[in-house]
Design a protein around this ligand. Structure first.
Ligand SMILES: Cc1ncc(COP(=O)(O)O)c(N)n1
Length: 525
């Protein structure tokens, strides 16, 4: 599977809602690679087109050549063509590059009324481009202009059957298929032309491929934000066709499915209108091109940096990693009573920490993940051995630690059971996020305090200094890196809204770390 590629041949809309700006947004929102050949620049906004600056036609040809000789595309999407000569050049280029799939939106008159294709160029469009077009997407006025130009008599439509007949007549002008857009003529429940606002019930887009009609119905939508809907629809169809083609095993070995490409595109534009952003411009505003896109606000592999600088995290993270309790330990100025209490509570916490990792092993699905958790358990056991030796220096025995001599503080109960509860009720990653403040924060605080030692002499004779050394040690710092890497690999599989929930868990656990170090936390009962 390669990336789907689309070449857009269209004009630029300086206000970004229509033209090739819209096309590129639509293609990006469909994960396609977009290239452009710019036929004209427009000075335009949501109120109208001020001026048009036409690209020299030969230069349009050069842009097409530059793109297609280097990056072959799956689909060409054509919008505003600006001049008869440009149409001639484009038709010749498509032939030269043997482009097989063309979606042509015959842009003639902008929604605002501005003429985007001179009247004398309609003939070139019809005779030179329609025969090589895969799908033509006219709206009703454009369909009528094309038939007028061909001197074909048509009935001004007054209901669904007339629209189907119109689509059939336009099909005779040469394109492989026609999608007649019915947006300009809302229909009643009986599929006749609505004559009042109350009667407007549905709009129908009609796809005709010479054999079958496919009707795509959309509930009538009242909105002023329809600037660029034609461009967006044609681009969405082009994207869907490019996606189909890029998934083929052998190029050209399958038929494209115009009906599903069109249905998906109509749904995309409809939702784009429904979710359009308010107050973009004073006229007919753009649709929301990105309603189907979920954006990760961080670069892959850099989630933890994003997390720690997140406005919901940064203040509490600073409070935790710069907690005066840790600083006083490193400086040796902490009272021995407080330190001993902390050692005991931390030991009790580590017991539950080990239980949590056992739960994480249970929640893992691969042997390597289970083994990783087992290794963390063994690491915790080594940490607890050191802890016991440390406790012994302060007159606390293993029996004291494990026989319930010391009561577990409320801070310890709250924190350890919170993490276990997240582990029980949520998934593996949520559990890792609840454990992360402990893993990352101790590593960061110890590193900072260790680095400060050069500027102090107080660690000589500081009986607590071993705490800093233990968490600054290589094996602990390696565990931090491994834990961080695991979070980075799993976080990119989450949705943006789930990531915000996971950040909430991280914040809560960090708050409990702060509470664990608050001076009164261990002597409250
Ligand atoms: C460059 C350019 N291309 C196409 C359109 C048609 O879009 P709409 O019919 O929504 O005005 C436009 N206004 N500008």
């Amino acid at each position: 599977m390669t990336v789907p590629k689309v070449l857009v041949i269209a004009g630029s809309d300086s206000s970004g809602g229509a033209g090739l700006e819209a096309d590129q947004k639509v293609l990006s929102a469909h994960e396609c690679y977009a290239m452009t050949a710019t036929t004209a620049l427009t000075a335009q906004n949501t109120l109208g087109v001020d001026d048009v600056h036409i690209t020299p036609p030969a230069f349009v040809g050069k842009q097409i050549d530059a793109c297609l000789t280097d990056i072959p595309c799956d689909v060409v999407k054509i919008g505003m063509l600006a001049s008869a000569e440009t149409i001639r050049v484009v038709a010749e280029s498509l032939r030269k590059h043997r482009v097989s799939t063309v979606v042509l939106d015959p842009v003639m008159i902008a929604t605002s009324g501005a003429q985007l294709l001179p009247g004398d160029a309609v003939r070139n469009l019809r005779t030179q481009l329609l025969p090589t077009t895969t799908l033509l997407t006219p709206n009703i006025p454009e369909a009528m202009l094309l038939l007028q130009d061909a001197d074909i008599h048509y009935k001004s439509p007054s209901g669904l059957e007339d629209l189907k007949a119109l689509a059939g007549q336009v099909h005779q002008l040469g394109p492989r298929a026609v999608l007649l857009k019915g947006g300009h003529m809302p229909l009643t429940r009986e599929y006749t032309k609505a004559t009042s606002d109350e009667e407007k019930f549905v709009t129908v887009d009609i796809l005709f491929d010479g054999e079958a009609y496919t009707l795509i119905e959309s509930k009538y939508l009242e909105s002023k934000n329809t600037h660029g809907t034609g461009c967006s629809l044609a681009s969405a169809i082009a994207a869907n066709l490019a996606i189909q083609k890029s998934g083929w095993q052998r190029p050209e070995s399958q038929a494209i499915d115009l009906a599903s490409a069109s249905r998906l595109a109509v749904a995309y534009v409809t939702t784009g209108i429904k979710t359009s952003l308010p107050n973009l411009g004073h006229g007919s505003g753009p649709i929301n091109h990105f309603h189907n896109v979920q954006v990760q606000p961080f670069s892959q592999g850099h989630f933890v940096e994003y997390l720690l600088s997140h406005p919901a995290v940064a203040p509490v993270w600073q409070k935790y990693t710069h907690h005066p309790f840790a600083t006083q330990m490193a400086r040796g100025t902490l009272s021995e009573v407080l330190f001993k209490n902390y050692l005991v509570q931390d030991y009790l916490y580590l017991t539950h920490f080990a239980r949590t990792h056992a739960l994480a092993a249970y929640k893992s699905r691969t042997m390597s993940a289970i083994t990783a958790e087992a290794n963390i358990l063994l690491h915790i056991e080594r940490e607890m051995t050191l802890h016991r030796a440390f406790c012994a220096e302060f007159g606390i025995s293993r029996a004291d630690l494990e026989s319930g001599t010391y009561k577990e503080s409320l801070a310890c109960v709250a924190y350890s059971r919170y993490v276990l509860d997240i582990g029980q009720s949520q998934d593996w990653l949520a559990l890792q996020m609840a454990l992360a403040p402990c893993l990352l924060g101790y590593g960061q605080a110890a590193q900072r305090l260790y680095a400060e030692k050069e500027s102090r002499t107080t660690q000589q004779g500081n009986r607590y200094w071993r705490w800093v050394e233990n968490y600054n040690a290589d094996d602990y710092q390696e565990a931090v890196v491994a834990g961080r890497d695991l979070i980075e690999t799993h976080i990119i599989k989450q949705s943006p809204s789930r990531i915000q929930e996971l950040i909430g868990i991280f914040v809560r656990a960090t708050e409990m770390e702060v509470r664990f170090w608050d001076f009164d936390a261990h002597v409250e009962e």
